[in-house]
Design a protein. Structure first.
Length: 96
């Protein structure tokens, strides 16, 4: 569709062109009694796709979950250490 060239990231995902294509997909899936599914990273847009009629929604993959949850745990460790007056710091990593 050329959206990556036309829009700055991440605006291609909410572009009018993609919205029109999604509406067409929903319409044809309904006519053909097909299950609509989508792969998302996280839950920010789940409600939007539920309203559009999607019933299979993936909210990430194993790597996404490991990295986001590991980052959350490290943030919790730092916060807890600070609350306890300790100096616990993460080591530099490219992962999170």
């Amino acid at each position: 569709m050329g959206l990556y060239e036309k829009y700055e990231f991440p605006h291609m995902y909410t572009s009018p062109e993609l919205d029109a294509a999604t509406k067409k997909l929903v319409e044809h899936a309904g006519k053909n009694k097909l299950i609509l599914g989508i792969f998302l990273f996280g839950t920010a847009r789940v409600g939007e796709f539920l309203e559009k009629g999607f019933t299979f929604i993936s909210v990430g993959n194993d790597l996404h979950h490991v990295l986001t949850q590991a980052g959350a745990y490290v943030n919790d460790m730092e916060s807890t250490a600070k609350e306890k007056g300790k100096n616990w710091k993460r080591r530099p990593t490219a992962l999170f």
